[in-house]
Design a protein around this ligand. Structure first.
Ligand SMILES: *Cc1c(COP(=O)(O)O)cnc(C)c1O
Length: 352
């Protein structure tokens, strides 16, 4: 890959106070263009700033946009590492295929990601729980209102130093089971990480928040019966001695944290099932005190304990609203590997 670099001549001060999430950006961004004649070309690291696109650009009208989210972690020895970046690269190509956006050779994509993050790595904060959040994204950029698969596309990466997700401590959240809106349907774009899925799921999340809940638990779009995800995270339950997570039927986003939780728990001898889980089965488990733990999992939170579910106006506490043992264990193991505090026997970390 030939990546040109234009250095930012007015670099910003590195932030010192609270970082929050997605508010501060590093001094550079990666940009690369696609058209059918030239393929991907003009790979460049340039100063961070506004971009200019045509008012008829496909992304603005027909939502041709996909993205990824991953983090760089500063280890105690000062080095910076990523977590399973090739998984993000592969998922991005799967998302691109679904939205008729062009593929990027996976080795090229990993090389680009590594080159960009290495260039920006000084922005990786070192306070406990903080990370450099990395956001690759691609959009259709044809300058026409005609509706067909895009010809021109743009791929970019931006990066943002991010505060700890658990600013106020690692605490269980309350979740509302959503029985009106759906996030995705089989045959749709549920398995693709695309902006449109987020646009369509914001309303339910906002409504839940107004009622004092952090997020919603999504049911499948056909029968409103099977558990799918929680907000923009995958979800897992401990029912008796079985750990259950909904199987990937096409409407569920294949999370890398989900995959890592499954692999980690299986390696430790837990019984883990990826299967259909109906709301009736979950309800039975709740009323019979079989539902011991529930948690969401995703890159942002790693693991998010669920302390209460609200279903049709009835509140069901889980584990007395406290963090469960497996939940805590998963959080501790994953974060130790991600920050390089524990030996990575899985080969998940990728040092810059
Ligand atoms: C990104 C995302 C997840 C979590 O995936 P990770 O790879 O673990 O970060 C889960 N659900 C949705 C809808 C997502 O967009």
């Amino acid at each position: 890959m030939n990546i040109t670099i234009e250095e930012n001549k007015n670099p910003s001060q590195k932030p010192t106070g609270a970082l929050g999430f997605g508010k501060i950006f590093t001094d550079h961004m990666f940009v690369m263009d696609y058209d059918p004649q030239n393929g991907w070309h003009d790979a460049r690291i340039v100063p961070f700033g506004n971009i200019s696109i045509h008012p008829a650009s496909t992304v603005l009208h027909y939502g041709a946009e996909i993205f990824e989210g991953l983090k760089a972690y500063r280890r105690e020895d000062g080095k910076v590492q990523m977590f399973r970046p090739m998984e993000n690269v592969r998922r991005m190509n799967n998302s691109a295929e679904r939205l008729c956006l062009p593929q990027i050779d996976e080795n090229d994509a990993l090389e680009i990601l590594t080159a960009f993050v290495r260039h920006e790595q000084d922005w990786t904060p070192s306070e406990p729980g903080t990370t450099l959040y990395i956001r690759p994204f691609m959009f259709g950029n044809d300058e026409t209102l005609g509706v067909h698969s895009v010809k021109k596309a743009t791929f970019m990466i931006i990066a943002s130093p991010a505060g700890s997700y658990y600013q106020n401590g690692f605490q269980p959240v309350k979740i509302m089971i959503e029985d009106t809106d759906v996030r995705a349907v089989r045959g749709g774009t549920g398995y693709a990480k695309c902006g449109g899925n987020y646009a369509a799921s914001t309303r339910a999340g906002e409504r839940a928040e107004q009622m004092g809940y952090s997020q919603v638990l999504w049911l499948d779009g056909v029968e409103r019966k099977y558990i799918e995800e929680v907000g923009a995270m995958n979800v897992m339950f401990k029912i008796g001695d079985e750990i259950v997570t909904p199987k990937l039927t096409g409407s569920i986003l294949p999370g890398i944290t989900r995959k890592s939780c499954v692999e980690l728990l299986k390696s430790e001898g837990y019984k883990v099932s990826e299967r259909l889980l109906s709301i009736d089965e979950l309800h039975d488990a709740l009323v019979n005190n079989k539902l011991e733990e529930a948690w969401g999992c995703g890159t942002a939170a790693v693991v998010s304990p669920i302390g209460e579910l609200n279903y049709k106006g009835v509140k069901y506490p889980i584990n007395n609203g406290e963090i469960g043992k497996v939940t805590q264990h998963l959080y501790d193991r994953l974060t130790a590997i991600q920050w390089g505090k524990a030996e990575d026997t899985f080969g998940w970390t990728y040092q810059l």
